[in-house]
Design a protein around this ligand. Structure first.
Ligand code: AKG
Length: 271
């Protein structure tokens, strides 16, 4: 079932020319809704990004443990943490999110004018039994245009055993599906047919659409599964936010501090 705000949606295929993704990756993005850019980050860059994030995640874990029930929204102490808006706290991550690699993916899959929409680290701890439920990223906050970009960057090897992403190929072309809230996250599908695991070696990027239904599995290993998720939207994108009277307000996704320009007229903007 579609989200009622998704009245008329058309997926626009990408015709190139491409500067960073291959024509085959662009084809997979259009047809399936995702592809993996293998070993996109070098070892030194990967280590630097992980080391920039780890201390903030440790603080987040401590803060969660101090909360009633060890929970806040969908985060759970010693299971799964969401450390958001790291670009406000780390110059290294700010530079990384505007790197030639990420800006190039944005140029190929979004367009000439792009802003960072969201960034967060998601760490899944050993012994986390519950999966992260099936959702589209546009199911958390309804953005228009609906079609924005998620780069799920594996900071450690992501495997079926420790909670790699799973996707349902093809459904992104329908636009935003209806979601309902559960205490482990918003849900748009339950046990969908055709779901495929998307393992990713450390340093690889799972590139998918905000409209690609995805989930991540339990972590049955003894190691933390670490990911840094960065999302990009076309300049001018707006979030449709419900007001208390039931009407919708349109909030531009251009927060001066963290939703900065990454591309303007097809050229990287350094912030
Ligand atoms: O990385 C995870 O385990 C789930 C995160 C996710 O799907 C999301 O933030 O949209």
């Amino acid at each position: 079932m579609r989200d009622p705000r998704n009245a008329s949606f058309t997926w626009h295929d990408h015709g190139g020319p491409f500067r960073t993704v291959s024509p085959e990756q662009a084809r997979r993005y259009d047809e399936l809704g995702y592809f993996v850019m293998e070993h996109a980050l070098g070892a030194a860059e990967l280590q630097a990004v992980r080391e920039a994030i780890d201390p903030f995640e440790a603080q987040q874990e401590e803060a969660l443990r101090a909360m009633e029930g060890g929970r806040f929204f969908i985060a759970r102490a010693d299971e799964i943490t969401f450390t958001t808006h790291l670009v406000l706290r780390s110059a290294l991550l700010r530079t990384f999110t505007g790197s030639a690699l990420l800006a190039g993916i944005c140029a190929d899959l979004i367009g000439p004018d792009v802003r960072l929409y969201w960034d967060q680290a998601v760490y899944k701890k050993p012994g986390t039994d519950s999966p992260f439920p099936w959702h589209q990223d546009n199911g958390y906050a309804f953005v228009e245009p609906q079609q924005y970009l998620t780069c799920w960057i594996a900071l450690t090897d992501a495997t079926e055993e420790n909670g790699c992403p799973w996707v349902v190929p093809g459904l992104h072309r329908l636009g935003t599906l209806a979601h309902e809230y559960s205490d482990i996250g918003f849900v748009c599908l339950r046990d969908p047919d055709g779901a495929v695991p998307v393992p990713a070696a450390a340093g690889s990027i799972v590139v998918f659409s905000s409209l690609t239904p995805h989930s991540t599995g339990p972590n049955r290993t003894g190691e933390v599964r670490k990911a840094y998720i960065v999302q990009f939207a076309p300049t001018g994108a707006e979030v449709l936010r419900p007001r208390s009277d039931g009407s919708m307000e349109r909030v531009p996704a251009d927060d001066g501090g963290r939703q900065y320009e990454v591309l303007r007229g097809g050229r990287p903007v350094t912030s």
